[in-house]
Structures are given as structure tokens and as C-alpha cells.
Ligand binder design. Structure first.
Ligand SMILES: [Fe+2]
Length: 185
């Protein structure tokens, strides 16, 4: 399972702190062990159930968010870092873990399509994601990003790192809500 996680997430190597790298890897391993989805499903299923005929896969979207978050954090650090410190490891780890709970939110229907499970309806992925991450010793500052990355987090006082991941996530999602933006093959 560790090899599967390494293959899914080359970006885990961007995390400088070895302990955090291990905690993030372990969280994804646990999620895959407990999920009805296999690692290979993540390169096939759409990244969201909220857009009909979504053309982008789960992994394409998740990795894109991590890349946007890192680039944004670098820009903020170089222009505003003296007043607004950004912890790069926290941003990267939080972005990699933001949607890990979807592995417990989704299930596959008899046709192999993803859908929300009964558990997923009760506990959306920010909640299951935090539960998995805490079990693996992920620090609170990173769990805060998982908890607050989606709409649930609008009631939370977000850290700078959580704002970065939240906006990276929505930047790579909201344009798909306007069908005029989307190129269909
Ligand atoms: Fe999410």
C-alpha cells in the first residue's frame, strides 16, 4: 500500500520534515486500507460528484490543488512573508490530505461509478479526513486545513495556510460550474 501511495503522490517528497512526510503517507495508507476504492480508481473517477459529466479525475484535481497551493504560498512568502509568515510544509501536507476523507465518503455503484455512501452523507470528507489524520499523528495545524478547506470551514477562523489551500481547491473547482468554461471532447 505504501508503494501505491508513493505512486499516487510524488508531491509527498516536497514535505521537508521527515516525520510529517511519514504521517501524511500513513494517513493515505490507512484511507486506502479502509476504502471501498482502490488506488487505480482514483485515476478514473471524477474529482467531484457535484459537476455532471466531470471530465477531470480525482488525482488530476488533487495534485493540481497541491501545485497551486505551493506556488501561491511561495508568492505570498516572497512578497509578504515579513508580515505574513507561511509554513510551507503545513501548506503542502494540508493540501495533500484535504480530500483524503473522500476515500471514506465515496463508494462504487454496481457500474463502477462513484457515489456518496451512507457514511459519507453522515460525515463528509473534512470530518473523516481529520479522524484519519489524527489517528496517524498529523499535527493540529495540518488537521485544521483538512477541517476548514471546504464550505464547512467558512465558520472557522482560518490560518493563512488554510486560506491558501481553500482558495487553491476552489480555484480548481469553481470554473467547472460554468459549463461554458469546459471543453468537451
Ligand atoms: Fe474537499
Amino acid at each position: 500500500m505504501r508503494d501505491a501511495v508513493k505512486q499516487l503522490w510524488p508531491e509527498i517528497d516536497w514535505i521537508g520534515n521527515a516525520q510529517l512526510r511519514e504521517q501524511v503517507t500513513e494517513t493515505w495508507v490507512k484511507a486506502l486500507e479502509r476504502s471501498p476504492l482502490k488506488a487505480s480508481d482514483l485515476d478514473r473517477i471524477p474529482f467531484t460528484l457535484l459537476i455532471p459529466n466531470c471530465p477531470i479525475t480525482f488525482m488530476e484535481h488533487k495534485r493540481c490543488v497541491v501545485h497551486i497551493a505551493r506556488a501561491s504560498a511561495e508568492a505570498m512568502q516572497s512578497f509578504m512573508g515579513r508580515a505574513l509568515p507561511v509554513d510551507m510544509d503545513t501548506v503542502i501536507a494540508g493540501a495533500i490530505l484535504a480530500d483524503v476523507g473522500k476515500l471514506l465518503e465515496y463508494e462504487l455503484d454496481p457500474n463502477g461509478q462513484s457515489r456518496q455512501s451512507e457514511r459519507g452523507e453522515a460525515l463528509r470528507h473534512p470530518f473523516t479526513g481529520v479522524a484519519l489524520a489524527l489517528e496517524c499523528g498529523v499535527p493540529d495545524a495540518v488537521c485544521h486545513i483538512v477541517a476548514a478547506h471546504a464550505a464547512e470551514g467558512d465558520l472557522v477562523k482560518r490560518t493563512t495556510e488554510a486560506y491558501i489551500v481553500h482558495h487553491a481547491d476552489f480555484m480548481a473547482y469553481l470554473p467547472f460550474k460554468n459549463p461554458k468554461n469546459v471543453k468537451t471532447r
